[in-house]
Ligand binder design. Structure first.
Ligand SMILES: Cc1cc2nc3c(=O)[nH]c(=O)nc-3n(C[C@H](O)[C@H](O)[C@H](O)COP(=O)(O)OP(=O)(O)OC[C@H]3O[C@@H](n4cnc5c(N)ncnc54)[C@H](O)[C@@H]3O)c2cc1C
Length: 574
């Protein structure tokens, strides 16, 4: 994956994709596999915005049952299976426990029926999946088993619990990079830190974009037959670059997750929240929303809180107030958690498409379906916009986008291959067996845990990282830091990392659960600095940017509202 802006400015591409989140990455992969020439530009780093902030769940869509939306359930179930197949190192089954209360909507009887329907609707969920990673059928458990699994849960009217399986992405940022690396291997040209600043138009047809390299300030043009706008929460901004073409604005809501001290180590838990919701589309129109507590590294990841947001995505902020209110909600729903501010080590925040606010409850309503828009009815050819609602279904939506592109050219779309083709590093048929064999080989005398981490992050391609692990580079470093150094070199040389934040948050898992400590950060900064020719001032600046991103979790800044937590691209890169 090499950043070549001259090539971008000289070629005329079939597709130019604006935005390198999971949606842009999946479009690039699907289109490249179908033989299209593809360019993709991202104004910050790949996958750094909403895609980095998800709860990491690859949903099987059990809760869509409440809407009787079997189509959406099937889509999620199929996409979960596909992601487990094409990226078996990154996507893994995760058991979920939900307590049941009384004998009505939250009761065990209703859950028993829901689990049975879910099993039926997902009867092909394990077809083609590594047998060691099969998703078992759901089951109900007794009250005492539930209390054992969820100590401290509200026991009043508790009748037992439901256990079902979903999947979790081990590293959602690396999954974005894997889609992009795979696309680059099929000749897609990609560049981070390139912002689209305008459109090129001939008559009623978009023919490309004006772009700016944010690392040098250079401006250039990129030409393409069709431009696909996958700019996520920036969609309104990107469309505003079209002169004289006012577009209907897409609404967004603020969503946040907290990384906290560990509450449950091996399974996720759905705790009934205190907030009631009303959903006019649902068959069961009222209920309480579930707080979801998932295991994350050696901590817990808790989501998701939704609030109204009218902020410009570049000024998006998660405030101290947002965090405190969410902590209060968690403690109210599950008092045994007793979480305090110092238990929060990281915050995820992002913007999700919304259909507005419920008049009665004041709750935010999230958009349920991804949308693909073209502008031919408004007399504009050559532009397609995508508004994605779930990380889980991005590949599926991308497939539809590429079909749409072919049809907009008056051509029959060739069959998509993205559901069947392993991503870079994903050609592993039996994950556990592969991991065990690699641990037994003990390359470079690495610790089991180090090999495990490398295999989960890079899959079959992990030797590409180890090639940077020379005996010299290990001198004076623990294995753990020596491997990290090799990962930094790999990130810079093979995966286009430009900034320290890229390496800390998105090429490695170093910053994925909170501040990793000065020693590890210094090693990263020095290694990267030597590679990219940074002087000591630049190294300090880069470290400062990383610390700024972590400052909330450092403690001393907590009461300072002027320094707000913001883990989106805008805060990381100014
Ligand atoms: C708190 C939270 C929890 C979530 N949990 C889950 C979950 O558990 N499971 C699930 O399936 N989904 C989840 N989601 C939803 C999921 O994360 C999003 O649907 C998905 O990441 C959106 O991806 P995207 O590519 O559309 O947007 P983004 O990831 O935001 O990508 C858009 C990119 O476009 C770039 N861009 C913008 N303007 C320009 C420009 N002018 N030039 C170049 N580049 C530009 C931006 O920098 C950005 O990187 C969650 C979301 C949030 C916020």
């Amino acid at each position: 994956m090499q950043r070549d802006l001259t090539k971008l400015s000289q070629n005329v591409y079939d597709l130019l994709i604006v935005g390198g989140g999971i949606y842009g990455a999946c479009v690039a992969w699907d289109a490249s596999l179908r033989g299209l020439s593809v360019a993709l530009v991202e104004k910050a780093d790949f996958g750094c915005a909403t895609s980095a902030n998800s709860l990491k769940m690859i949903h099987g869509g059990l809760r869509y049952l409440q809407h009787g939306d079997f189509k959406r359930m099937r889509e999620s179930i199929c996409d979960r299976r596909i992601l487990m197949q094409i990226a078996p190192h990154l996507v893994h089954p995760l058991p979920v426990v939900v307590p049941t209360y009384g004998h009505r909507i939250k009761g065990k009887e209703v859950m028993t029926i829901a689990l049975a329907i879910n099993d039926l609707v997902s009867c092909d969920r394990n077809v083609g999946i590594d047998p060691q990673k099969h998703i078992p059928p759901g089951r109900t458990i007794s009250k005492s088993e539930c209390l054992q699994l969820l100590p401290g849960i509200d026991g009043k009217d508790l009748t037992g619990g439901a256990v079902f399986y979903d999947a979790q992405v081990y590293n959602s940022e690396r999954l974005v990079v894997s889609f992009l690396r795979s696309a680059a291997q099929k000749s897609a040209d990609l560049a981070n830190y390139v912002e689209v600043t305008g459109f090129l138009q001939q008559g009623n047809c978009i023919t490309g974009v004006e772009a700016q390299d944010l690392l040098t300030g250079d401006r250039f043009q990129i030409r393409a037959k069709t431009v696909v706008n996958t700019s996520g929460a920036w969609i309104n901004r990107v469309l505003a670059l079209l002169h004289g073409q006012p577009q209907k604005s897409v609404l967004f809501a603020k969503a946040i997750n907290l990384v906290t001290r560990q509450l449950f180590p091996t399974y996720a838990v759905g705790v009934p929240g205190q907030n009631s919701y009303q959903d006019s589309d649902a068959l069961l129109k009222k209920g309480t929303s579930l707080l979801f507590i998932a295991p994350w590294r050696d901590k817990s990841l808790i989501g998701t809180s939704y609030t109204v947001c009218e902020q410009d995505p570049d000024n998006f902020k998660v405030t101290n107030k947002d965090i405190q209110e969410f902590l209060d909600r968690i403690n109210c729903s599950y008092p045994a958690a007793n979480l305090k501010r110092e238990d929060v080590s990281f915050v995820h925040g992002g913007l999700l498409p919304s259909s507005g606010v419920c008049d009665r409850t004041g709750n935010v309503q999230l958009s349920k379906h991804s949308q693909i828009y073209d502008y031919r009815e408004q007399g504009l050819q050559g532009l397609i916009s995508v508004v994605g609602v779930k990380y889980t279904t991005a590949r599926n939506v991308a497939q539809k986008v590429v079909d749409w592109v072919f049809r907009s050219w008056g051509q029959k779309p060739p069959k998509s291959k993205s559901s069947l083709t392993s991503l870079h590093g994903g050609e592993i048929s039996q994950f556990e067996a592969f991991l065990t064999a690699e641990i037994a080989k003990c390359p470079y005398g690495l610790e089991n845990e180090e090999i495990r981490r490398l295999v989960y992050n890079y899959g079959l391609a992990y030797p590409e990282v180890l090639k940077y692990l020379s005996a010299n580079e290990r001198e004076g470093l623990t294995d753990c830091l020596a491997v990290l150094k090799a990962e930094v070199l790999h990130g810079v040389r093979d995966e286009m990392a430009q900034k320290l934040t890229d390496v800390v948050f998105r090429r490695t898992e170093l910053g994925s659960a909170g501040y990793p400590g000065n020693e590890a950060l210094d090693i990263c900064a020095e290694t990267m600095g030597a590679e990219l020719g940074w002087n000591s001032t630049q190294i300090q600046q880069e470290l400062q940017e990383v610390r700024f991103a972590f400052e909330y979790s450092l403690g001393q800044e907590r009461s300072n509202e002027s320094k707000l937590t913001n883990f989106t691209a805008s805060s990381l890169f100014g």
